[in-house]
Design a protein around this ligand. Structure first.
Ligand code: MG
Length: 324
């Protein structure tokens, strides 16, 4: 971006002369004929430099500079005072940030003027570059943060269905188990398996099979509460952990999930099939698992019973967990 420079002088002839001197520098030159006009312009532009005449009627250059310094938006703008008075008197202006202020004596020597301006323009460009670097750094930092969130999600998510994966199930199972043991709460486990899924794949192909798996995961999620956790356990097996839910609430929820699948055909393109699921249910208080895995094994046992007794049904664990 081309930098802007402001030249302030109460004499039109001086402004004209300045404009001519600065005709070849790589900056846009603005002019103002009073301190007030200058202050107005400094609020509109981010000037790389202000060349400020000291002797002006009404508001002189020092006053103008003082007002610029007191405004947060303009306090950083470098100033070169242009003065016909001696340097000693110029030092009246104190407190301006070191390095941000300089003096030029009238009559102006073009070479000195231009070399001073070059220094300030360089500073301005460096500042712009630094600002741009900081902006880019912040941007890449944001990108990295986003990628980390996605990565973290991927490590606990099943690629195909978007449900949580088995690794995450193990973690949440342990967490819920010990929480319930400590605070005397309850939680339950639903294990479900698609009925005759092999037939679906064999008849309609794996692509449709994948669609069915995704759709089942979606229907389970729709049928459950936000606090329930849906996991893909294996090929066509899913687990739902239901925190703070007893066996009765869980049986009810399982029936809702079963109906959610059985009541509507799975339709993708020209293919539409009925898919049912079998469900086994176990619960922390009702079935007293000795360790976290036992709760899942109990639900798995009940699921086996649901398959054996005809499929498309919900079966509660019957209270006997056989040793493997
Ligand atoms: Mg003047």
């Amino acid at each position: 971006m081309r930098p802007d420079i402001l030249v302030v002088d109460d004499r039109p002839a001086n402004l004209l002369a300045m404009n001519r001197l600065l005709a070849n520098i790589d900056a846009t030159v603005h002019t103002a004929s009073s301190g007030n006009e200058a202050l107005g312009l400094t609020l509109e532009h981010d000037f790389a430099l202000v060349l400020l005449d000291v002797q002006m009627p009404e508001m002189d250059g020092f006053e103008t500079a003082e007002l610029m310094r007191s405004n947060q938006e303009t306090s950083h703008v470098p100033i070169i005072f242009v003065t016909a008075v001696s340097m000693e008197q110029s030092h009246v202006f104190k407190g301006y940030r070191t390095g941000a202020v300089d003096y030029l004596l009238k009559p102006i020597v073009p070479e000195i003027l231009l070399s001073k301006i070059m220094v300030f323009l360089d500073l301005y460009r460096q500042k712009q570059e630094l600002r741009e670097t900081v902006r880019k750094l912040r941007e890449s930092q944001k990108t990295i943060e986003m990628q980390n969130i996605i990565l973290k999600r991927l490590t606990i998510q099943d690629d195909l269905t978007g449900a949580y994966n088995r690794r995450h199930l193990n973690k949440m199972l342990v967490q819920e188990f010990y929480r319930c043991r400590r605070y005397e709460g309850d939680f339950s486990c639903i294990m479900l398996d698609l009925d005759y899924f092999k037939n679906v794949n064999d008849t309609h192909g794996h692509q449709f099979g994948d669609f069915v798996l995704k759709e089942v995961a979606r229907r389970i999620t729709c049928s459950s509460r936000a606090s329930d956790l849906v996991f893909r356990f294996g090929g066509e097996e899913f687990v739902v952990l239901m925190p703070q839910t007893d066996i009765f609430g869980t049986m009810h929820a399982a029936e809702k999930i079963r109906l959610g699948c059985a009541s509507e055909k799975f339709k993708n393109g020209s293919i539409a099939v009925d898919v049912t699921i079998s469900i086994g249910v176990s619960s922390f208080r009702a079935h007293q698992p000795a360790k976290p895995d036992d709760l899942v094994n109990m639900a798995d046992k009940a699921l086996y019973d649901a398959k054996k007794s005809g499929r498309n049904r919900v079966v509660e664990f019957d209270g006997v967990l056989l040793e493997e």
